[in-house]
Design a protein. Structure first.
Length: 179
């Protein structure tokens, strides 16, 4: 049965995994603001401070009561650079019901390396974004995610060019979607 059929009742917690795109009115100023609030993505089109100031209730919503309980994609499985990988993950919601989500990852290599890092072995592992929500990072063969700081400048050549400030890997955005 499709989610688009009117006879299907969708569990209220499932809609929290859908991005919210709408024009809203900022309570403090009365002006309009078009926003994209993706419940599991920190890269919204408004800043976290704006959300904290005008919409503090968004910061306290709980989308899952823990890490994924299982996944068909085994941790540490080898993948190749530039391969598109879809990872199914199963979370338990606040009512202890299982919700299956998918994460689509496009593995990127370092552009400075030959062939853009093509052929580098890597693995997809779970992490957390800066909102302390579940996220995905890509680690190359040594198993270390890239960290910021001058002390790590030398390591950048050996590691992938993933950006773990939210759910962004290169130019490919990772987002959770309902299946």
């Amino acid at each position: 049965m499709s989610l688009h059929e009117p006879t299907l009742t969708v569990h209220p917690l499932l809609v929290r995994f859908k991005p919210l795109i709408k024009t809203i009115t900022i309570p403090t100023t009365g002006s309009s603001l078009k926003i994209l609030l993706d419940p599991l993505c920190s890269r919204s089109l408004i800043t976290r401070s704006t959300v904290a100031t005008h919409f503090p209730s968004f910061l306290h919503k709980i989308y899952s009561n823990g890490p994924p309980t299982r996944s068909a994609f085994e941790g540490g499985r080898a993948i190749k650079a530039y391969e598109c990988v879809c990872i199914p993950l199963v979370f338990k919601d606040l009512m202890d019901e299982e919700i299956e989500s998918k994460v689509e990852v496009r593995i990127c290599g370092d552009e400075k390396e030959a062939n853009g890092g093509l052929g580098l072995d890597g693995r997809v592992v779970l992490g957390r974004d800066f909102w302390e929500r579940r996220a995905v990072v890509v680690c190359w063969a040594d198993g270390k995610a890239k960290k910021k700081g001058k002390e790590n400048e030398k390591k950048k050549k050996q590691e992938g060019n993933e950006e773990f400030l939210g759910l962004m890997l290169g130019e490919k955005k990772i987002r959770f979607e309902m299946t």
